[in-house]
Design a protein around this ligand. Structure first.
Ligand code: 4NP
Length: 161
């Protein structure tokens, strides 16, 4: 089982989009039982709120189902996940502050797995939900390709059990 948590600031736009996109990708590849996937915000500013309507509309237009309720990440959540994938440098700094600089090896920017590792700009401010969707999709695809290479044994094991 690989535990993946996507993280942004509010947990109503980028990280729930990543959670739902990545969930769809692993399902399509028959790998759903190998993963536990969720998302969090570094802030509690949107705690309890559903996915922001324009983000939800973008997901629906691309055929990505699912819902999410915003929650703030805690130190326990960092400990309990294998990969904490943040959207931008500010999320990374917030998490390193939360952990006191620990667990740095499992806290990575989502797009660090791509050949163009820029931040996923926050569509809350840019209003460009399509760009956020495309940037997140590419990050998720490259992250899954990385896992399929690095964790091939884990997937083989899950298939046998
Ligand atoms: P997210 O976007 O971090 O991608 O969920 C934001 C959502 C809400 C706020 C900021 C960013 N806000 O300031 O309330």
């Amino acid at each position: 089982m690989i535990n993946v948590a996507f993280v942004c600031l509010g947990n109503i736009c980028r990280s729930p989009m990543a959670e739902l996109i990545f969930t769809g990708m692993v399902k399509e590849r028959g790998l759903a039982s190998s993963f536990r996937i969720t998302s969090f915000g570094t802030s509690d500013c949107e705690e309890g709120n559903p996915v922001y309507a324009p983000a939800k509309k973008t997901l629906i237009m691309h055929g990505v189902p699912g819902n999410h309720i915003a929650k703030q990440i805690s130190l326990k959540d960092v400990i309990n996940n294998d990969y904490i994938l943040v959207m931008d440098s500010s999320n990374l700094l917030d998490l390193l502050r939360l952990t006191g600089g620990k667990f740095g090896e499992k806290i990575k920017k989502l797009r660090s797995f791509t050949s163009d590792p820029h931040d996923v700009a926050d569509p809350w401010y840019t209003r460009d939900f399509e760009k956020a969707f495309a940037d997140i999709c590419e990050g998720c695809e490259c992250f899954l390709d990385y896992l399929l290479k690095e964790k091939a044994c884990a997937f083989e094991y899950d298939k046998r059990h």
